[in-house]
Design a protein. Structure first.
Length: 215
């Protein structure tokens, strides 16, 4: 792919990541800190919510997810990799830490997911897969394989957009197909997993098809 196109796509990714994280933080921490629009759909009678604890863990989850999105986006910069290699490495470990925090908090939140076990199980599987893929990316760079490292990082990074894909698919289900919220959310969870995998492989087969230049 032409280098100017790659740069444009990267700048669009960075801008989107920044805008989306700012919006997400504003929405969850300031506009609707009680998550009232989301909690209204929590109707699982067998698993009552302890709302104050749930909210505190949700805040940590959201902040860590936003950190992972921004940190991951910055580490795809070839410029930063060439000029600030040590910073790139430190930021990479920060990304891994953020992913770990997201996974741990999601482990608490998943059982309360809308839809019950039919959604909590795939959420937990995604958590396991995300951490495993991220560690695989780390192992590849420790072995000096830049191309495999970058491809595994792409597979890891797309998971940062899982929540966006879930709600996007859910909205489509509700407004285009007349689904009720619970069903549309379940479809969103499973659909997002498919989209994550498809987007990652599309990027790896186009943008990162050939080895990246190393410092």
């Amino acid at each position: 792919m032409n280098i100017s196109i790659r740069r444009l796509l990267y700048m669009l990714l960075l801008a989107f990541a920044l805008i989306y994280t700012m919006y997400t933080l504003y929405l969850n921490l300031f506009l609707d800190p009680g998550a009232s629009d989301f909690l209204v759909h929590k109707t699982e009678p067998n698993r009552p919510l302890h709302i104050p604890l749930w909210l505190n863990i949700m805040y940590i989850h959201v902040i860590a997810a936003c950190l992972a999105m921004l940190s991951g986006a910055l580490n795809f910069s070839s410029y930063l990799l060439r000029r600030y290699r040590r910073w790139h490495r430190t930021n990479g470990y920060l990304y891994i830490l953020a992913v770990l925090v997201v996974d741990l908090t999601s482990g608490y939140l998943a059982p309360y997911a809308t839809g019950g076990k039919i959604t909590s199980i795939p959420f937990n599987l995604v958590n396991i897969a995300w951490l495993w893929i991220t560690i695989t990316a780390l192992v590849q760079i420790k072995r000096g394989n830049w191309l495999r490292h970058r491809r595994w990082m792409v597979r890891s990074y797309v998971f940062c957009f899982t929540n966006m894909f879930i709600h996007g698919i859910s909205l489509i289900g509700q407004h285009l197909f007349g689904m009720e919220y619970r069903l549309s959310y379940i479809c969103g969870v499973y659909g997002a997993i498919v989209v994550d995998i498809a987007v990652a492989e599309l990027i790896n087969r186009t943008i990162f098809r050939y080895p990246a230049k190393t410092p």
